[in-house]
Ligand binder design. Sequence first.
Ligand code: HSE
Length: 281
Amino acid sequence: MEQVRIKSPGTVANLVCGFDILGLALNDPFDIMEVKLLNEPKVVISNRDDFNLPTDPEKNVAGVVFLAAMEKLNNSEIGFEVIMEKHIKPGSGIGSSAASAAGAAVAANHLLGNIFSKDELVQLAMNGEKLASGVKHADNIAPCILGGLSLIRSIHPLDIISIPAPDLHVTVVHPQIEVRTSDARQILKQQVLLKDAIRQWGNIAGLVTGFMKNDYDLIGRSLEDVIIEPVRSILIPGFDEVKRNCKEAGALGGGISGSGPSIVMLRKEEKTARVEKKVMN
Ligand code: HSE
């Protein structure tokens, strides 16, 4: 196989209370990448969208992942050419950089005859997140590659668990501003109060249990973030009002999607999702 066309989905990282350790894949939106195998050691990138992302492979999230794959292979007769068609807006909070990074890892793997394990794909793709946000984190990458819902128990060493979940409808509203993940990480406090930590780990455990037991009420009660949201929500105009209105309209709960500015709401019924869409508008 010398050419592959892949779809790489948007993702919701953190899942409200699980900063850096929980994430889910969305059906929509998704990026499209067309990737060709080259027989010389170079990476050629072109864009079929209007985001003007860098085409220098060292400065491109997908580019650094291809380079990392080439380094891992240690084969000087392999390179990649990619056409990026991004639909996930960079800086929107639904895993735009992860879609490029994970897409590059998965496409390279297909072209090379599926030589990398899932964990190796996540490791490779995290190079892209490092370029985009300054830090390796896998809460967008893992669900982007594995689908569904992922728990990242640890990244050193990598320990990723796919969590079964009941049907959930996810609404994401994107305020027309951009928040860089690196900036949204910079403003976080480096220390947390023990009482907040206790509440947060109660919520994370409750959320995972709720997903596994199909307990929507427990999911709703656990969708609370007392550590990150109070700091980051000040970057998002109208955040409190949107959240309150959506909950009044029947959402189980929600919060900031990834590092924002998108706001995510989870619900049981699609009908409620439609009402919620109106409330968000
Ligand atoms: N867990 C990361 C953060 C996700 O919140 O900074 C970024 O998309």
